[in-house]
Design a protein around this ligand. Structure first.
Ligand code: MN
Length: 130
C-alpha cells in the first residue's frame, strides 16, 4: 500500500509542488496549512510521515513538532522538517527538537522524492503466521 504523507505547509506554491511530485511517485498526500489542522488530520488519518514547514502562522514548526512528540498517538510518526532557513545551526536545532529528517527549500524536483522516501520507516509486516 502506498505510504500516506501529511504536508503541513502554509505556502500554496510549495504545497502544490510537493503534492505534485509525491503523487506522481505514488504517494497519498494530505495537506494542512497550519499546525492545528495538521494535528487534527494526523490524529484522524495516521500518516506514515509528516513533512513539516518550519515557518508557519500561529504555531511555528518547532511548536508543531513538540506537540506531535508529546502526543502519545503521534509521537512515533516520522517528521521531516522542510525549511528555507539557511542559517548555521538550524539543522542541529531542528534535529535536536525531535525531527527525523530535514529537507531544504527551495524544493529540488530531482531529489525531493528520494529524500522523503529515505526518511520513511519500513511498514510493520503483516501476516507471516506459517
Ligand atoms: Mn511557511
Amino acid at each position: 500500500m502506498a505510504a500516506k504523507l501529511l504536508l503541513i505547509e502554509d505556502n500554496p506554491n510549495n504545497s502544490y509542488l510537493m503534492r505534485y511530485l509525491l503523487e506522481k511517485a505514488g504517494y497519498t498526500v494530505l495537506e494542512a496549512s497550519c499546525g492545528a489542522r495538521g494535528m487534527d488530520l494526523a490524529l484522524l488519518h495516521k500518516p506514515d510521515a509528516v513533512l513539516l514547514d518550519i515557518q508557519l502562522p500561529e504555531m511555528d514548526g518547532y511548536e508543531v513538532l513538540s506537540a506531535f512528540r508529546r502526543n502519545a498517538e503521534l509521537a512515533d510518526i516520522p517528521v521531516i522538517a522542510v525549511t528555507s532557513y539557511a542559517m548555521t545551526g538550524d539543522r542541529e536545532k531542528i534535529m535536536s527538537s525531535g525531527a527525523d529528517g530535514y529537507i531544504e527549500k527551495p524544493i529540488d524536483p530531482e531529489t525531493f522524492v528520494s529524500s522523503v522516501s529515505s526518511h520513511l520507516r519500513c511498514p510493520p509486516e503483516e501476516g507471516g503466521t506459517t
